[in-house]
Design a protein. Structure first.
Length: 519
């Protein structure tokens, strides 16, 4: 992306600029640059700066088309929040055009680095001082050998940082002990990776999935040093990372890039046909999924903001429900609020290491449907739906619904527990009445803003317990369990949770099993 937001002519279609729609909140600097301090009258009537100040923090949508050769920057106002402001911006002395010229967008001034879908890392002749690599991978071999061999470059970026990052993505699929470059007799350099049991393997003899991982990580580790810019000044575009990469490796590679983006505050774009990536990003509140469609020779986009939109993408890609078999493992829970609590607890017990969509998936079975599920293997099943048909790695969490010590756990739950025990899988029947009985006292006090709240008894109804401190409050959240869960988990800390019933024991076991699924 160039400084003046110019689109290369090679990206034009039918002689027309690409058009990008932006949405943002107006900043004080943009308002000050647009509305002069000493101007009065016109359609606005009063002081123009005071009029413009009303738009501070308001949302605006605008279309930017870039700058044509010898022409001016083209921006069009699409929509602005004029609520309570008279006159509206579009009727205010041509300020709708002026403000568009001063709008700042996060892409301007960034260095754009792309990785094509067709890419490779091949042996190359040395080119001293010629660092950098193209979007198809050409130049990376020479760049890596330069970092290793030239005294003017920090070899640790390759020999330590790059190697450690590669191993973090591959986990136990492979463990590389060294990365080197060797010179062939035809004067070409080639990258070799060494494993303890296999020895030194030429990259040309390795799969394209490994090459993709190296290219992506090199973009994040080597490019900033080459360009002498921090990662926050880059915008990355990775095309179809899923090519020749199995789903588990793809999840880990994307997780690596995602966590780097959070740490270093850079933006990256992905083009993908992979349901694995779509599923990962659908769970990230700071990610956006854009569905690109083609009709009548034109391309247009739709931002996926709802479950229905995401389903439409999967339908267009012909993704089947059977693709859940690609998940590393599935945790079955009764409903949405259980998922929210469980994800928070896994985050705390794994210290942020394990994440839904990357290391496990959560599926709802719905309380009354439990009787139709079975934990025995598909070939043994006579009736009911085998959980193992969905995925052979499974955990299930079930509310005991016990009202006192003497209340028996019903026969369906005991059957599931027995079937899971038979296959060596975890069936966790809550020690208390239900999942809400694991909410610690401090979290309840903080969320409900009441020091009067006491711990919930093991077999007590949590919502009735809350009613005892404010009439009707528990009943309100009984109907909004997910709302309660989303807000109260913010007040949950591991030191409080570890003392609640058998939560520490069970969560330690859950995390151990999920790590085993991911080897």
């Amino acid at each position: 992306m160039q400084k003046n937001f110019e689109f290369p002519q090679s990206t034009w279609r039918k002689g027309q600029h690409p058009q990008v729609l932006f949405s943002k909140k107006l900043q004080e600097s943009e308002i000050n640059a647009t509305f002069p301090q000493g101007t009065h009258g016109g359609k606005i009537g009063r002081n123009h700066r005071e009029y413009g100040a009303q738009y501070l923090g308001r949302k605006i949508k605008f279309l930017r088309k870039g700058r044509s050769p010898g022409g001016s920057l083209s921006s069009d106002l699409i929509e602005v929040d004029d609520t309570g402001i008279t006159p509206p911006l579009k009727n205010s002395d041509n300020y709708e055009q002026k403000i568009c010229q001063h709008l700042k967008i996060f892409l301007e001034g960034k260095l754009f680095k792309r990785l094509q879908a067709e890419r490779d890392i091949a042996p190359e002749k040395a080119q001293i001082g010629n660092l950098g690599f193209q979007s198809n991978g050409i130049g990376l071999t020479n760049t890596i050998q330069s970092f290793i061999n030239l005294s003017s470059l920090p070899s640790n970026l390759v020999e330590i940082d790059l190697l450690n990052a590669i191993n973090s993505v591959f986990l136990q699929d492979a463990h590389f002990t060294d990365i080197v470059c060797q010179l062939h007799e035809n004067d070409t350099w080639e990258i070799f990776l060494e494993e303890e049991e296999k020895g030194r393997i030429a990259l040309s003899q390795s799969g394209s999935g490994l090459k993709t991982v190296i290219l992506v990580i090199s973009s994040l580790i080597l490019a900033p040093h080459i360009e002498k810019k921090p990662l926050k000044d880059f915008v990355f575009a990775f095309e179809e990372l899923e090519n020749n990469i199995h789903p588990a490796l793809l999840r880990r590679l994307n997780e690596y890039v995602y966590m780097a983006a959070l740490e270093h505050d850079f933006v990256y774009f992905l083009t993908t046909h992979s349901n694995t990536l779509i599923d990962q990003f659908s769970k990230q509140s700071d990610a956006q999924i854009v569905h690109v469609k083609h009709a009548n020779g034109e391309s247009f986009t739709e931002t996926a903001t709802t479950y229905i939109h995401n389903n439409g993408i999967l339908d267009d890609l012909d993704i089947r429900a059977s693709d859940l078999l690609q998940s590393n493992g599935i945790i079955w829970v009764e409903g949405p609020s259980d998922r929210i609590y469980l994800n928070r607890w896994i985050e705390l017990w794994s210290k942020g290491e394990l994440k839904e969509g990357t290391h496990y998936q959560i599926i709802f079975y719905g309380g009354r449907l439990l009787s139709h599920l079975s934990g025995i293997t598909p070939d043994e099943r006579e009736e009911g739906i085998s959980i193992l048909n969905t995925n052979r790695n499974a955990i299930i969490i079930i509310d005991s619904d016990k009202r006192n010590q003497q209340t028996p756990v019903n026969s369906t739950k005991r059957r599931i527990e027995s079937e899971f025990k038979k296959i060596g899988a975890l069936c966790w029947i809550t020690k208390g009445k239900e999942i809400e009985n694991y909410i610690p006292e401090n979290a309840s006090k903080a969320f409900f803003e009441s020091e009067r709240i006491t711990p919930t008894e093991k077999y007590a109804d949590y919502f009735s317990h809350i009613n005892g401190f404010k009439k009707g409050l528990g009943d309100k959240y009984r109907k909004q369990k997910s709302v309660l869960a989303e807000n109260i988990i913010k007040h949950m800390e591991i030191q409080d949770l570890k003392n609640v019933l058998d939560l520490d024991e069970k969560m330690t076991e859950v995390c151990r099993i999920v790590k085993k699924w991911n080897r």
